[in-house]
Design a protein around this ligand. Sequence first.
Ligand code: ZN
Length: 149
Amino acid sequence: MADLRSLYQEVIVDHTKSPRNFGVLEDTSHHAEGYNPLCGDKIALFLRINDEDIIEDIRFIGDGCSISTASASLMTETLKGKSLSEAAILFQDFHHMLTLEGGHEAERLGKLAVLAGVAEFPARVKCATLAWHTFDAAIHNKLAPVSTE
Ligand code: ZN
């Protein structure tokens, strides 16, 4: 278990130091901004979703703590190429993992499982879910920035 933990930690550090899909996306079909006032994390998310509801491209920019940055990076990596219905299931699984509600499929979560340890720190759960709430706002075309509070 200790080995698994340090492996998870390594992945988080890697995604914090070199976030994937970081930058502004040209030719955006959906866009939203999110803010977590508890920690000060900010994110802007850009998506290109095609007519078949497939997420063709996804990028983000942001300024936040390591958990929020790593989570956004892992989310973009995971969601690229997925359908919106697959994304909705992943969001639910991820949320269940962090709130310890159970019922999620660890296998389906894949690399997102590295953030499971955040569940032990309730104050940080919002850092980890900020990107996902912002994604949810983007696909529902909510224009006001979402806040986790
Ligand atoms: Zn944070």
